[in-house]
Unconditional design. Sequence first.
Length: 228
Amino acid sequence: MTGRLCIISIFVAFLIIGCSKQAGLTESQIRLSEAKKAQAVLIEKANIILDTKVKGIFLEDLNHISYASEIALRAKQVFIDAKINLKSESLAALDNRIGSYVNSAGLTAVKLLHQSVDMTVSFKKDIEDMPLQPLTSNSTSTSDGMVKFLAKQYSVDIKSCCISDLKDIAIFLSQVDELEHYPLRKMIANVEVRLSSVLRHPETAKKYKNEINAIGEQYKNTQSANKR
């Protein structure tokens, strides 16, 4: 009798375990549920930033937009890390929202590139228009000091007006789509080299500005396709 009860107990235990597995979630379902929750938290965080921090002045908003874009990339990575091959509608909506700022980024970059060229040409002209000094030690020293002062001021002004913002724009565009925005990002990466060339050869400024305009065309009338 005892043996029969033992067998029955074991049989009932297997039935309970089997029913428990059927009623519960599978490992993949649990992984999907946890990934959705983690992704939802990030998407909500990015949307809150765009809702509360972005005021409508692009360069002032850029850091907030770029941060939201970085969070959106992390949200996408959640599914990748969990090996989940599903599209999230809420993430797609966030991506489209972030993508709506791409044209502003491109057009602002073009404007800043032109401004940097104009400032460089103006600086070069200021140096060339300085009156020639008599060849005395004191006058030469004064002239050299003025050139150094103007050069230092130019370096500060070009960075604050243009270079820093251009680099921030390049970071944002790389987050959205590295390949699509590569030409503009490359131009931004090379801006200081190209401005040095304009300083040495001011006649190349027009050609450089034409190159800037050509790259900027894609941001004029078309909305950037988001390819995260």
